[in-house]
Design a protein. Structure first.
Length: 185
């Protein structure tokens, strides 16, 4: 299973590695190797020291803290003190640092450095100009939060392939069923 990066920010993408939070929760970070893959696929790093169970547990805790902070911000609520402290603590640690090589940019990191980089993305997002662009997917089963950079700010779904087509197809079927029911009366 490849990870999905539809949210527009690595912190939001990490927060969305637990899918369908309100229904049948789907955990995509279930083993350390999956976290390694997420760091690589996200572009946070080009190489990462293999994650251990403790790294995975910490990343999941940070993911949940980021999700709590983001949803509080969307709702206009205050931040949870524990979530805030955890994200700030992780962000204070050394982050992944790029270096220039003969072949271009290269980022090699430990799991702690990679997670620090994600926590810093969360802080920049939640304190920056893109806060008003954050939205939750309009699919009631989906809990992804994304940055709507579309012209006019009318994006409704995290992605057309995942949620948009599903919702549009269901609406079409409902309209067709209603039209058929109205025609048989």
């Amino acid at each position: 299973m490849k990870h999905v990066f539809l949210c527009g920010n690595p912190a939001l993408d990490l927060a969305c590695t637990l899918r369908a939070r309100r229904t049948e929760r789907v955990e995509t970070l279930d083993v350390p190797d999956r976290l390694d893959a997420w760091y690589l696929e996200s572009g946070i790093v080009d190489a990462v020291t293999p994650c251990q169970e403790a790294d995975l547990a910490q990343a999941v805790a940070v993911r949940e803290a980021i999700y709590a902070l983001v949803t509080a911000r969307l709702a206009g609520d205050g931040y949870d003190d524990e979530a805030l402290a955890l994200v700030n603590d992780i962000a204070r640690r050394p982050s992944a640092a790029p270096r220039l090589t003969a072949k271009g940019r290269w980022v090699e990191a430990t799991p702690v450095q990679a997670l620090s980089t994600v926590a810093r993305h969360a802080i920049e997002l939640l304190s920056g100009p893109e806060v008003p662009l954050m939205k939750e997917c309009a699919n009631p089963e989906c809990t992804k939060i994304f940055i709507d950079r579309s012209r006019g700010g009318r994006r409704e779904w995290c992605g057309m392939e995942s949620c948009g087509n599903k919702i549009k197809a269901a609406a079409y079927r409902a309209r067709k069923k209603d039209a058929q029911a109205a025609g048989t009366r």
